[in-house]
Design a protein around this ligand. Sequence first.
Ligand SMILES: *Cc1c(COP(=O)(O)O)cnc(C)c1O
Length: 396
Amino acid sequence: MSQRPIYLDCHATTPVDKRVLEAMLPYFTECFGNPSSIAHSYGWEAEAAVKKARATLAEAIGSKPEEIIFTSGATEANNLAIKGVAEAYFSQGRHMIAVQTEHRAVLDPCLYLQQLGFEVTFLPVQPDGLLDLAQLEKAFRPDTILVSVMAANNEIGVLQPIAKIGEMCRQRGVLFHTDAAQAIGKVTLDVETAKVDLLSFTAHKIYGPKGIGALYARRRNPRVKLAPQVHGGGQERGLRSGTLYPPQIVGFGKAVELALAEMDSEAKRLRRLRERLWKTLQNVEGIHLNGHPKQRLPGNLNVSVEGVDGAALLLGLQSVVAVSSGSACSSTATTPSHVLTALGREETLAYASIRFGLGRFTTQKEIDTVAKSAIATIQSLRQAGQPQAFSIPKPS
Ligand SMILES: *Cc1c(COP(=O)(O)O)cnc(C)c1O
């Protein structure tokens, strides 16, 4: 078998952990019941498994189990949160606030709502990717019903000051949603201390299966009203109809359980590997870090490279390492990443970027191989290519 490239694209997705798969397997063939079947033991055992996973998820974010709504992933959770709040609260106000660096699964529902007559303020970020809270302060209006700010960015790994934003929203009686798809299991999240009202998460970024996620929606102080976006059999208290998928839900629960149990030691290990990679890459000149150097996910490194063509860089690396430029979801686009552009990155630098996503199965040996190969690729591209002056100023 030919050797496959080293996988450093853990912000796009992660492999299912074997311990997760193990937990899921009985629910395909033996315990295949429908959790909504209340008349027999097939249904009961499926329902018990769902209940256990729901409790695990709730505990992970400091919520109550009945505040967890299973969805097909974070995209659907974001849609339910944003469109569900818009529909339920439009008589009170039609203004929302989001950030320019959000995932498309937040930006696009917002743009859709704009077409329906809602107004959305897309706040800029500072050059390090962090939201300026003074900007947020100024953006609130009497008719603001929702603020949506992601906990951790999927491209540059930047961690937004969620607790401060939650406090600002609570003081004004505005609901606060956070897309925590990248944050869950990697940094501490608590919906009480951070005053979060809605939180989206997903299993496949934390070594669980694809196609399963959840939305947390607060039920007390305040009770969040949501208009369902999928109608049908009334599952999930009518907020998200459709037969629950026990194997995926059990896998999600197990993935969260493992991620939390190993969070501290993993964070330390990944931070060390990430710093090692960054330190080695800095041996070539004209490499810039994108995003805040400290306030970011332990496994994230995002760099822009001067004097090389972005597409040529990815092409040169692809036999050695699987990485993305920008986000996976938009990597087919030829436009530079909207996140890097929001940081004020000039177009060619935004385009010539690499996102390294380190994860549970990344080893030091792999990091060293990737660093060596990246440096060699950059140097050979520069030698072969257009002579370019290193004229672009370093980010502040
Ligand atoms: C991956 C991701 C999503 C989409 O999640 P799916 O479960 O794939 O729908 C949304 N937001 C962020 C920040 C992500 O990283």
